[in-house]
Design a protein around this ligand. Structure first.
Ligand code: SAH
Length: 264
């Protein structure tokens, strides 16, 4: 077997523990034929277990040419289903049309937030995402209101997905070991098709609020609503963003919409 030398700039930390690899592959809980996309297969430690499952119709996207060559040699069953490209610039309809597919991976940690923003853009065709990422980011994605870890991606993701923190993985099971702990999460689409508010404004409100997370909503939203707005006397404006649930952000978005300054 040849060997792929891990490249730091691609976030390559290859899993060396077969037991952990199998546990991650099993988090998808497949019970019927399912299309699955693996992001960053590397040398295929997760891929081998995904291929074992006959219900899984697998495609993989890998940015590293050396890993792609390795996969082509070692996994003949993957023939033509290996895409040598960057997930972040991948045209999803070209891979899947409008069909649904689930996502799995031991994700490249340097781009894990961007991966989830891209998943959100394509949420209507992605029912489930399972994978490993830095523990700190996993905690943020799963965080509930009232915690320090609650932030932009917690609210945006939880608006459309249920997030489960499954288990923690130590640096010792990787080559090379990352500097941080890792964690595996499962992210499952909830019943919300559309939020009951202007979704673009919802995103603006969340970003504006968390960029000044110590301020009350009254102060941080000053820049986007007209000063004379009568609504800012309501008590929800006394809160800071980390105290607001997804539903409260929806309520807030509806409250301020009539008072938005024209450039927003
Ligand atoms: N799944 C393997 C590798 C994990 S390391 C294992 O568990 O051992 C992360 C992998 O993501 C690397 O193989 C890296 O080359 C790949 N990668 C990094 N950036 C990527 C991107 N933008 N698109 C697709 N793959 C990427």
């Amino acid at each position: 077997m040849s060997y792929v030398k891990p490249k730091k700039h691609l976030g390559q930390h290859f899993l060396t523990d077969q037991h952990v690899a199998r546990s991650i592959a099993e988090t998808l809980r497949i019970s019927e034929p399912t299309k699955v996309l693996e992001i960053g297969p590397g040398t295929g430690v997760l891929t081998q277990y995904l291929l074992e499952n006959e219900l899984i119709d697998l495609k993989v996207i890998e940015i590293d040419g050396e890993s792609v060559e390795y996969l082509q040699k070692e996994f003949s069953a993957l023939h033509k289903r290996i895409f040598f490209q960057d997930f972040l610039t991948t045209d999803i309809p070209q891979l899947y049309g409008s069909e649904t597919f689930s996502v799995i991976g031991n994700f490249p940690y340097n781009i894990s937030s961007q991966i989830f923003f891209k998943i959100l853009e394509n949420k209507h065709q992605i029912p489930c995402v399972c994978g490993m990422l830095q523990k700190e980011v996993a905690e943020r994605l799963a965080s509930k209101p009232g915690k320090k870890t609650y932030g932009i991606l917690s609210v945006l993701l939880q608006a459309y997905y249920d997030v489960e923190y499954l288990f923690t993985v130590p640096p010792t099971v990787f080559n090379p070991p990352p500097k941080v702990n890792s964690a595996v999460i499962r992210v499952t689409r909830n019943a919300t098709q559309q939020l009951e508010c202007n979704e673009t404004l919802f995103k603006t409100v969340i970003k504006t609020a968390f960029n000044q997370r110590r301020k009350t909503m009254r102060n941080s939203l000053k820049g986007i609503i007209t000063v004379s707005s009568p609504i800012v006397t309501e008590s929800i404006f006394d809160k800071r963003p980390e105290q607001l649930s997804v539903n409260e952000f929806v309520t807030l978005t509806n409250l301020i919409e009539p008072y938005i300054q024209s450039q927003h």
